[in-house]
Design a protein around this ligand. Sequence first.
Ligand code: EAX
Length: 320
Amino acid sequence: MKKLFIIVLSLFLFSGTAFSAMIIKLGVVTKPGSAQNIVSEKFKELIEQRSKGEIQVKIFHSSSIGTETEILQQIQMGAVQMGVITGGPFDTFDPIVRVINYPFIFKDNDQADKILDGPLGDEILKSLESSGFKGLCFSENGFRNLTNNKTAVKTPEDIKGLKIRVMSSALHNEIWKALGANPTPMPWPIYTELEQGVIDGQENPLWVMEVYKFYEIQKYMTLTRHVYSPHIDVASLKWWQTLKPEQQEMIQKSMKDAAVFQRNDNRLKDADRIKLLKEKGMQIEANPDIDAFRAKVLNLKNIDLYKEPKVQALLLKMLD
Ligand code: EAX
């Protein structure tokens, strides 16, 4: 009897030591307090709780495992399992992402949610599978606004010749060329380049100006809202296919809940950000000549970057 007990006990202990939590490595390029980090931390909290600790998340932030492009490459290989990545650098991996980065395609948050949470969003997420990603959902970076340290900007004329940092994306480069700027693609982060005057300006959602203290080094901001920048919350398809259906479901649901939480959080905080940035000394142009900006980018849909039939078709559907 004693022997049996020992056998049973050792079997139990063995299976106990054989059990180990699954660790998900998740990469973001931003620092704690940033939009990407808020989604990631919420996801970590939800999945660890819902899986009762069987699934754990290790967040690699502040570019500690590379730029967004490098994180995506590691996700493709399965070396990193998940990422919360801005639309910009993603479009080199799948040109369909250019559809959501099209300037002025979303007029407000509600429309962005409706489209990205609906069939068009699903079509984009599904498309990512052909480049090795399981697209889970969209959280948000937000509507992007222009800042610079040279001049107040109200119309595209004011932008002429300004050296503007853009994300590592051929499309974003084209957008700023069309607007008359001198765009310079570079990966995140960019504080030092702005501080040293290597670039005159940049464009990002309001939270970035606050969290990264751009008010210290950028005098002018224009509420251009030229691109609505979602984050694409992705997993490695290679890894995803090794998961049990119930794990997939739990991860999918937790990430979607985290995304909805973060979008609301960002929008709630936006209300106070303009005030804060003004107090910090930024000069803000709240009513730029948006029609003039829009006119400058009207023909972008005809550029080669939108040529692929699948991409062209989806863009036209969205512009409809
Ligand atoms: O969220 O590279 C960028 O401009 C992104 O918006 C950055 O990740 C900040």
